[in-house]
Design a protein. Structure first.
Length: 331
C-alpha cells in the first residue's frame, strides 16, 4: 500500500452574514464572507488499514472521509488547529482538510465541493467551501426557498451553494481578528434549531434592504478596491443580520462581541467592524500601514472589558488550501 504523506493547510474564514433569512423571498441564505491567510489549520495523512489519530474530532472526520472515498483508513495528524465554534469556520476547514489529505494520500482527487455534503458541511453557507477552494472574498447563491423543511435534511442530502461573486481583496488590506475568551458560539443541533427559529420569523423587508447594500455598495467597493466603502457595507450587512438574530443571541451581536463591536467601531483606522457567524469573534478591516494601531485598539478594548483573548491582523487569503504533494490523481 502507498504510504505517501499528504499535508493540507488552509486559513480560517470569516462569515459576514446572509443575504436573506426570510421564507417570503425566492432564495434563502446566500453567504457572504472572506478567507484569511491566518490563523490556519494544518492536517497530514498517510494511508492505513484503520483510523489512527489522537484527536476525537479528526477521528470522526477521518472515518467519514474513508467511507466517502471507499478506502480502508488513514493515519491523520492535526499539526495546527483553529479555535472551535468561535466564528472562524473551524468545522468546515478541518473536515475538508481531513478529506483532502486522506484523498491525496491515496492519490485521489479531493473534489471537496462535491464531497462536502457527505462530510456534513456546506448545508447553509457555501463560504467555507469556497474559501477552502480559492480564498478571496466570496458571495454564494444560497438555496431555493422552496427546499426549506422544518427538519434539517439528512447529511449529504444537499449541494453546496454555488459562488456568484469572488474577488481577491487588495494585498495591503488587513483583517483584524479578535477572539475573546468566552463561551463558544452555537453549533450542531443547537445551531440548527436557532437558525430555523430565526428563519421562521425573519422580516423579509430586511432582505430587500440587504440586496441593495450588496449590489449597490458592497460589490462595487470590492471590485474597485475601496477599503472605506467596503468597510461601511459589511458593517451594515452585519447590523442587518443582527436584527434577524437579536432574539436568538440577545441583541444585534452576542455578548461579549457586542461591547467589542461598539468600542472598535469608534477606532479611526478600522472599518467594517462586526461579528463572524455566531461569534464571539469580532473582526474589522484596515490596511497594512495601520495594522499595529488596529491591534493596539483591540488589545485596549479587551482590557477595558476585563476580557482575555487573542488579537491578530491577517492578510486576506488570495488562494485556497495548500495541498502537498500535488499532481495527478486517479479519481
Amino acid at each position: 500500500m502507498d504510504t505517501a504523506r499528504a499535508t493540507v493547510s488552509v486559513g480560517a474564514r470569516l462569515h459576514v452574514g446572509f443575504q436573506n433569512l426570510s421564507l417570503a423571498r425566492e432564495r434563502l441564505y446566500g453567504g457572504i464572507g472572506v478567507g484569511l491567510e491566518r490563523p490556519r489549520v494544518t492536517v497530514s495523512a498517510t494511508s492505513a488499514d484503520g483510523i489512527e489519530t489522537d484527536d476525537d474530532l479528526v477521528r470522526a472526520y477521518a472515518r467519514r472521509a474513508a467511507e466517502v472515498l471507499d478506502v480502508p483508513g488513514a493515519a491523520v495528524s492535526l499539526e495546527r488547529g483553529l479555535p472551535r465554534h468561535v466564528g472562524l469556520g473551524s468545522g468546515t476547514q478541518l473536515a475538508l482538510s481531513v478529506l483532502a489529505a486522506v484523498a491525496v494520500a491515496y492519490d485521489f482527487e479531493p473534489r471537496v465541493r462535491e464531497r462536502a455534503p457527505a462530510m456534513g458541511r456546506g448545508g447553509r453557507s457555501g463560504v467555507g467551501v469556497a474559501t477552502f477552494e480559492s480564498g478571496g472574498f466570496v458571495v454564494d447563491a444560497g438555496h431555493p426557498t422552496n427546499r426549506f423543511t422544518t427538519e434539517p435534511p439528512a447529511e449529504g442530502d444537499w449541494t453546496v451553494p454555488p459562488v456568484v461573486a469572488r474577488h481577491d481583496l487588495p494585498e495591503d488590506w488587513r483583517i483584524l481578528v479578535v477572539v475573546p475568551e468566552a463561551d463558544p458560539g452555537r453549533s450542531g443541533d443547537d445551531e440548527d434549531a436557532s437558525m430555523r427559529a430565526v428563519v421562521e420569523r425573519a422580516d423579509p423587508a430586511v432582505a430587500d434592504e440587504m440586496a441593495s447594500v450588496v449590489t449597490r455598495r458592497l460589490l462595487p467597493a470590492v471590485a474597485e478596491g475601496r477599503l472605506e466603502a467596503f468597510g461601511e457595507a459589511i458593517a451594515e450587512i452585519g447590523r442587518k443580520n443582527g436584527s434577524w438574530y437579536a432574539d436568538a443571541q440577545g441583541g444585534l451581536f452576542r455578548p461579549p462581541a457586542g461591547v467589542l463591536v461598539e468600542t472598535l467601531a469608534d477606532c479611526p483606522v478600522l472599518g467594517g467592524v462586526g461579528q463572524s457567524s455566531w461569534g464571539p469573534v469580532v473582526y474589522g478591516v484596515t490596511d497594512e500601514a495601520h495594522a499595529d494601531e488596529a491591534r493596539a485598539a483591540a488589545d485596549d478594548a479587551l482590557a477595558d472589558q476585563g476580557l482575555e483573548g487573542s488579537v491578530l491582523c491577517s492578510p486576506p487569503a488570495r488562494d485556497g488550501a495548500r495541498i502537498e504533494p500535488r499532481g495527478r490523481h486517479n479519481r
